[in-house]
Write a protein that binds this ligand. Structure first.
Ligand code: GLN
Length: 387
């Protein structure tokens, strides 16, 4: 339309670089180590359950906040793995992926003019999520090599306008797993300032070298002021199914459910049936998942080091942040484009993860939820590319 001008809101953030790199990768027929999704199949019993649900005509809307069997399965797994008892009737909202869980949660609790604290490097969506609520994101930097934050710096960001803090553990893109001590420090600030912790725990089963996943809601005093977000995407390799959820105290859940209902009405009904099956997978499934990811991490981390990258070893999740500044590259976007064009390997430029792009200029992120043969092909290409 001539003279069209997009809304101020839409203007205030850029397109997702992660999704853009997937498109660039397709155009160059590269190996996609940019957008984090598996290239191996999902468990057969979960797929069969989805097929059954479609055959049996689970074709219409479910209850807007999720089918009862799925909410019961979520509560059961949360009790078993995270040690927290929640009421599936009043404390769980099933959403279209954790992405919708996050935006519905923020819209349910944050007012325009309030502030949301975000750790950076961040998963790209959090900043725009805050902006879509009319809130101002405030950033606290995790610093390499071990991605710690400065406690005083974090404390100084809390004020009367602070409504929420977003925590992603295990962390995308750094692989940091927040320690109990760090979470307790954040918890004490949340309690002092009346702030809600919104925690994205989607990588909770992808942990290395004995790292322990601690849920913020399990920290004393935090269950009533934490929204725990998760999904089937990463744990069961089903990123395209878009089934996630938000767990929160009844009053917060009531608000999230209203926003969720008007945004999406509900997650796909047959896939909710299958998600309930996923959450009943046996213990051996998670043990195998963790050990397979450890093999992938070990192989790809050493491949990156062999190819000359300065790589930061992750304790969790399925990404490796690297630094390429020693090669003289100071423009991460140009480097990532060169890598996909010349080597045929797509990554995400580091600046996509920072509010001050300069902090990410020398970095690129690789993801490794891939078959061994895919990782070997990528390793080969990177070795040949070595400047
Ligand atoms: N979480 C994945 C990533 O960081 C994919 C995100 C997405 O595109 N929804 O790459």
């Amino acid at each position: 339309m001539e003279g069209f001008s997009s809304s101020e809101r839409a203007k205030s953030f850029t397109e997702s670089v992660i999704r853009e790199m997937t498109r660039v990768c397709i155009a160059h027929q590269g190996i996609n180590l940019a957008q984090g999704f598996p290239d191996f199949p999902a468990p057969v019993e979960i797929k069969e359950e989805a097929v059954r649900a479609i055959r049996e005509d689970f074709n219409q809307y479910s209850i807007t906040w999720g089918t009862p069997p799925l909410r019961r399965a979520i509560a059961g797994k949360f009790a078993r793995y995270n040690g927290l008892q929640v009421d599936p009737e009043r404390e769980i909202t099933v959403c279209c992926g954790s992405t919708e869980g996050m935006i519905s949660s923020l819209m349910a609790i944050v007012n325009p003019g309030e502030e949301v604290i975000v750790f950076e490097p961040f998963y790209e969506n959090y900043g725009p999520d805050a902006v879509l609520c009319g809130a101002t994101p405030r950033f606290i930097t995790l610093r390499e090599p071990d991605w710690r934050f400065d406690e005083k710096e974090l404390a100084s960001l809390f004020n009367n306008k602070t409504k929420a803090i977003i925590i992603n553990t295990p962390n995308n893109p750094t692989g940091k797993v927040f320690s109990r001590q760090e979470l307790m420090f954040i918890a004490q600030l949340c309690q002092k300032w009346g702030v809600i912790a919104v925690t994205d725990e989607i990588y909770e089963h992808i942990l290395y070298d004995g790292a322990e996943h601690v849920s913020m809601a399990s920290i004393p005093g935090m269950a009533s002021r934490t929204i725990t977000i998760n999904s089937i995407s990463k744990t069961y390799s089903l990123t395209g199914w878009r089934v996630g959820w938000a767990i929160a105290a009844p009053a917060i859940t009531a608000s999230i459910r209203k926003v969720h209902d008007f945004l999406t009405v509900g997650a796909p009904h047959p896939l909710q049936e299958a998600a309930a099956r996923a959450l009943h997978m046996e213990q051996s499934y998670y043990i195998r998942l963790t050990s397979e990811y450890k093999q992938r991490r070990d192989f790809f981390f050493s491949s990156l080091v062999d190819a000359g990258f300065k790589a930061f070893k992750p304790d969790g999740a399925y990404y490796i942040m690297t630094d390429v500044s020693h090669w003289g590259y100071s423009d991460d976007v140009a480097f990532a484009l060169k890598l996909v064009k010349e080597a045929g390997v797509a990554t995400v430029p580091g600046s996509a993860f920072y509010s001050h792009p300069d902090l990410g200029r020398g970095k690129v992120r690789f993801c490794f939820p891939k078959k061994q043969e895919t990782l070997e092909a990528a390793a080969d290409r990177l070795l040949k590319f070595r400047p």
